[in-house]
Design a protein around this ligand. Structure first.
Ligand code: TA6
Length: 287
């Protein structure tokens, strides 16, 4: 595949983006938040969902694709003024490199370092390095390094929004028997039964201590999520009322998406000693 299969192009809102167009797949990654917004394997429908109402502007998260969550998940405990899901998804990332392997796999590597703005929110020196490999599988790898003199604890997620024909005939397997925090039932801790997960209302579950591979089943496609370095999986659909309450989410869009997020959150937050690194990966394999 020629190198020009990877190009820098303005995307929505004029935001700079890296576009991959190969015989294997197409993808678009915004430097804003290192946000993978589009991924479509050759001959298939788009794998990722993005809201038609999404912002594409500095300082605002993109609604859909794969938001990169760091260094806290959800609202920040005790700090309601802090941005939900941390600051990494709204910072401008640096494009480190792009490359194409002989078998046509395109890779894009981006990085983020602490600066005055991040340290004002979270007083730690860190480096994030994020590699996106685009082919028949979308392979994401996020490495966090503690550059400071003291340990820090962080949460993270690759908060993936999947495009589906309908929430009413989608199921998720791979989480049977796993304990979860139910965020739509007073944060009660529950245990997932053995049957495939069906979404029949607002669903917001943080599955803990699970390294398992998950599979999204729809009538038109199966998507396998195989992860490493991640002990949490989050499943989310806003349903009707929550969709209406989000200005960057169309009122009628909730049936066409489901989030299955590879993460380290809540009890699974990661403690990182000075100088140490931690890597989380997820391979998203549509079949
Ligand atoms: O991962 C699920 C969740 O934590 C939900 O609680 C919901 O808030 C969702 O993330 C989206 O969060 P955002 O800040 O992107 O609107």
């Amino acid at each position: 595949m020629p190198q020009d299969a990877i190009s820098l192009e303005p995307g929505q809102g004029g935001l700079p983006s890296v576009v991959v167009r190969s015989q294997l797949a197409t993808a678009r990654i915004y430097l804003h938040g290192a946000h993978v917004a589009e991924y479509r394997p050759a001959g298939q429908e788009p794998v990722l969902w993005t809201s038609r109402a999404s912002h594409f502007a500095p300082g605002k998260p993109i609604r859909g694709g794969v938001p990169l969550i760091f260094p806290w998940f959800g609202p920040r405990a005790g700090r309601p003024e802090s941005p939900a899901h941390g600051f990494a998804r709204t910072r401008p990332w640096t494009l480190e490199s792009t490359g194409v392997s002989p078998d046509g796999l395109a890779t894009v590597t981006l990085s983020l370092r602490d600066d005055d703005a991040t340290r004002a929110l979270w007083p730690h020196a860190f480096a994030l390095r994020y590699t996106v490999a685009v082919g028949p599988t979308l392979a994401l790898s996020l490495t966090t390094t503690n550059l400071g003199p003291t340990p820090f604890t962080f949460e993270q997620a690759l908060h993936t929004y999947f495009a589906i024909p309908s929430i009413h005939d989608a199921t998720i397997t791979g989480l049977a028997g796993v304990n979860y925090i139910d965020k739509v039932d007073g944060l009660r801790r529950k245990r997932q039964g053995g049957e495939p997960i069906r979404i029949t209302g607002e669903t917001d579950r943080v599955y803990l201590h699970t390294t398992d591979t998950c599979t999204l089943h729809t009538p038109t496609r199966t998507v396998i999520l195989e992860k490493t370095g991640s002990n949490t999986t989050v499943v989310w659909n806003p349903w009707i009322a929550k969709a209406k309450a989000m200005p960057d989410f169309g009122d009628d869009e909730w049936p066409e998406m489901i989030c299955i997020e590879s993460a380290n959150a809540a009890d699974d937050a990661v403690a990182l000693p000075p100088g140490a690194s931690h890597t989380m990966t997820v391979a998203i394999r549509p079949r």
